[in-house]
Design a protein around this ligand. Structure first.
Ligand SMILES: [Zn+2]
Length: 465
């Protein structure tokens, strides 16, 4: 409750007061990092962090923080080796590590999974930001009375979340932070067949639905086609940018209740859409986002940069300062937003688009495979250095596998085949489609973005609305 009040209070900040607040938070963070993190002490040697400009500090990257994890964190009890062992085991996903820290693993879309540690206050403030700042008009006093009534008669509202099966995924552990008697949580793994998802949602009638944008679009078609009958008051999409067409379909199916959320594992709260539905407000009291070109130079407001530098003002245990994220965004000022917030906005996020792989069963029914269906098991295979899933027809896929150590091709193939078949079985695609596993030396980069695209779908195998 304290964090909700604090977020609400800080939402009034604007202009010079907001700048002063951010400056104070930033200086405190820099001072703390230099005092307690050997990594930052070394990195900022010779720089006076009490007076320097943020832009003068070196850029940090994912591999740097991961490789030096033990030196980056400000609590010496956190040791990467121990944490990774813990994360592989059956530890308590929802609890706080050492009673104080939340541990998150990044999803596989941008490379090997990486661990991040958060302190309690940063976690709770981040969750509160995402909930409060996207509050729709339906959360009126009347709604809270109805909610209280439903709690009393033990029929609480339901919130449904579509997630990867990966444990320590930020969404999984955050939605479960609320007790079940207040809001019933229904968690649907992304590997669940769509027909089953529709059935579960029809039965649970969620008031809020949280999920990846591409899956929401699939569900919107189900609703328009008459299979799905739900009336959520709020849809929260995130994890990947939503296309304009996708948004139109979702709005047609569920009404104007879509809220896009922009967050990463490195910062639980980056930006979220408000009632005006015109872009996402950056949580400027929680993060500093610098939009820069590929040389790291700032770009003018309103133009797209080639990457973003993130400074997380909240998290003290693993300081994230000028950390590179490869998303392409632009920021704009909108002081007259009807929601009252004066924080800058991100009109839309480019990059991280994911292909849904539509497969056809022998009976003609279609089943979508979200890239997370593949990431979930492929990222966990230690023997695998890199991979690519390529759809070759509506009934076949090829998996290109780059081994970590050459010479054990058959072993690698059998591990991948076992996991792939388990996933296909879950999706009721076992025996319905063909797959080929091919061990290769390398996977070519995408010509346009120069990035590795781990899942490539065939464009013409899409379901018509
Ligand atoms: Zn607004």
């Amino acid at each position: 409750m304290y964090y909700f009040a604090k977020v609400k209070w800080n939402s009034r900040l604007s202009g010079a007061r907001l700048e002063a607040y951010r400056e104070k938070k930033m200086r405190r963070l820099l001072g703390h990092a230099v005092r307690h993190s050997p990594f930052y002490r070394d990195l900022y040697r010779g720089i006076d962090v009490s007076s320097c400009k943020l832009e003068d500090l070196p850029i940090t990257k994912k591999e740097m923080l991961y490789r030096n994890f033990d030196d980056v964190v400000t609590d010496k009890r956190l040791r990467l080796e121990q944490i990774e062992r813990e994360l592989q085991g059956e530890g308590d996903v929802l609890g706080f590590y050492l009673g104080r820290y939340k541990l998150y693993k990044t999803s596989g879309s941008t490379g090997k999974p990486v661990v991040f540690a958060y302190d309690k206050s940063a976690t709770l403030y981040g969750i509160a930001c995402n909930i409060i700042r996207s509050t729709l008009k339906w959360k009126t006093m009347g709604f809270y009375f109805r909610m209280a009534f439903r709690i009393l008669v033990r029929k609480p509202y339901c919130i449904a979340t579509i997630v990867t099966t990966g444990r320590y995924n930020a969404t999984v552990s955050n939605v479960s932070a609320l007790p079940n008697w207040v809001l019933r949580n229904v968690v649907l793994p992304v590997t669940m067949p769509v027909a089953e998802m529709v059935e579960t949602l029809n039965a649970s009638q969620p008031i809020v639905l949280v999920g990846y944008s591409a899956i929401m679009e699939v569900l919107a078609y189900e609703q328009l086609g008459g299979n799905l009958h739900i009336r959520p008051k709020e849809l929260k999409c995130g994890g990947e940018p939503l296309s304009l067409k996708g948004r139109q379909v979702i709005n047609r199916a569920f009404g104007d209740c879509m809220m896009e959320v922009y967050s990463t594992t490195e910062s639980l709260a980056l930006a979220s859409e408000c009632v005006a539905h015109k872009g996402m407000h950056i949580h400027e009291d929680a993060v500093i986002l610098e939009v820069v070109d590929d040389k790291g130079k700032p770009v003018p407001e309103g133009t797209f940069g080639s990457k973003v530098l993130l400074t997380n003002l909240l998290n003290r245990v693993e300081p994230i300062i000028r950390y590179e994220i490869s998303d392409m965004i632009s920021t704009v000022r909108d002081d007259a937003c009807p929601c009252g917030l004066k924080f800058r906005k991100i009109p839309r996020v480019e990059g991280r688009t994911m292909d849904i792989v539509w497969m056809k069963r022998k009976d003609g029914s279609l089943e979508p495979l979200h890239p997370f269906c593949f990431y979930d098991f492929l990222e966990e295979i230690q023997e695998l250095k890199r991979y690519q899933v390529l759809q070759t027809s509506e009934k076949s896929i090829v998996l290109y596998l780059v081994p970590l150590v050459p010479g054990q091709d058959d072993r690698l193939k059998s591990i991948v085949a076992r996991e792939l078949l388990a996933m296909l079985e879950q999706k009721r695609l076992y025996g319905e489609i063909e797959y080929t596993l091919e061990v290769v030396h390398d996977i070519p980069r995408d010509k346009a973005s120069l990035k590795f695209k781990p899942v490539v779908a065939l464009a013409d195998v899409v379901r018509a609305p």
